[in-house]
Design a protein around this ligand. Structure first.
Ligand SMILES: NC(=O)c1ccc[n+]([C@@H]2O[C@H](COP(=O)([O-])OP(=O)(O)OC[C@H]3O[C@@H](n4cnc5c(N)ncnc54)[C@H](OP(=O)(O)O)[C@@H]3O)[C@@H](O)[C@H]2O)c1
Length: 223
């Protein structure tokens, strides 16, 4: 499980407006495209799904052809987790493809909503009461044959996954920008850890790019 974000130097992954402000450069989008092409599934949180309506497909025809050549689907599966708001039927998340779409929701999901999502080809999986049980969701993904998962935010989902010990690696494109804002989302939001419970990361692999950005790769150390 790799968590990938594009962040500013002050650690923000969006402005306080939370409308999906661009942070990546073309070079970084190519790096993310390669990460996607190497993944079985790509996961985003419900707010990212609704705020950004990401396509989550592999852009490069060459990388898609390589996936097909390896006997893999043209695009990784798209996965999201929601509690009460659903993607619109014309959303890019649902319509860009071809790609398998898996949506985790709590068991409180209305049967009408479930039926209308299923009619659009979405695999709706209900787990947990008010919140989705993410440990069970990850087990389900493994059962569905999705072993290499790329998580593309946002900060709330990332924190939940860090807290549950579900993340193996973190990749960050640090852009030469400062957004500021106490309420701007960061790599890991949620409730936060006290110091003794902080997640430790291994030695960084660092690449400094001509576009002014820096790519950091860290393995998460077992707790
Ligand atoms: N720069 C980057 O790399 C990057 C990447 C991704 C996102 N972003 C930015 O990050 C911001 C969004 O982050 P965010 O922290 O607000 O939201 P998020 O992590 O995208 O989504 C959080 C939401 O997902 C749903 N969710 C998560 N875990 C759940 C669970 N266990 N059970 C049920 N639902 C669950 C809930 O949505 P509901 O309660 O609403 O259903 C929850 O409030 C946006 O501004 C976006 O643009 C930036």
């Amino acid at each position: 499980v790799i968590v990938n974000v594009a962040a500013t130097v002050d650690g923000k992954i969006d402005t306080f407006e939370r409308r999906g402000a661009p942070i990546s450069t073309d070079l970084d989008r190519q790096r993310v495209d390669r990460l996607r092409a190497e993944s079985d599934a790509i996961m985003v949180g419900g707010h990212t799904l609704l705020a950004e309506d990401p396509r989550l497909t592999v852009r490069s025809p060459k990388l898609r052809a390589e996936r097909l050549g390896r006997g893999e689907p043209e695009n990784p599966a798209k996965v999201s987790v929601v509690s009460h708001d659903w993607p619109r039927s014309d959303s890019r998340f649902l319509t860009s493809g071809p790609a398998r779409v898996v949506l985790f929701a709590p068991m409180t999901l209305d049967d009408v909503d479930r039926a209308s999502l299923a009619a659009r080809g979405v695999e709706v999986i209900t787990l947990g009461q008010a919140r989705v049980d993410l440990l069970a969701a990850f087990d389900t993904l493994v059962q569905l044959g999705m072993r290499r998962l790329l998580v593309e935010g946002g900060g709330s989902l990332n924190f939940e996954l860090f807290e549950l010990g579900l993340v193996d690696e973190v990749q960050i494109y640090v852009a030469p920008l400062i957004f500021g804002g106490a309420s701007s989302p960061t790599l890991a939001d949620g409730g936060g850890f006290v110091r003794d419970c902080a997640l430790s990361l291994g030695r960084a692999e660092v690449e400094s790019w001509e576009d002014g950005g820096v790519v950091l790769r860290y393995m998460v150390e077992p707790r």
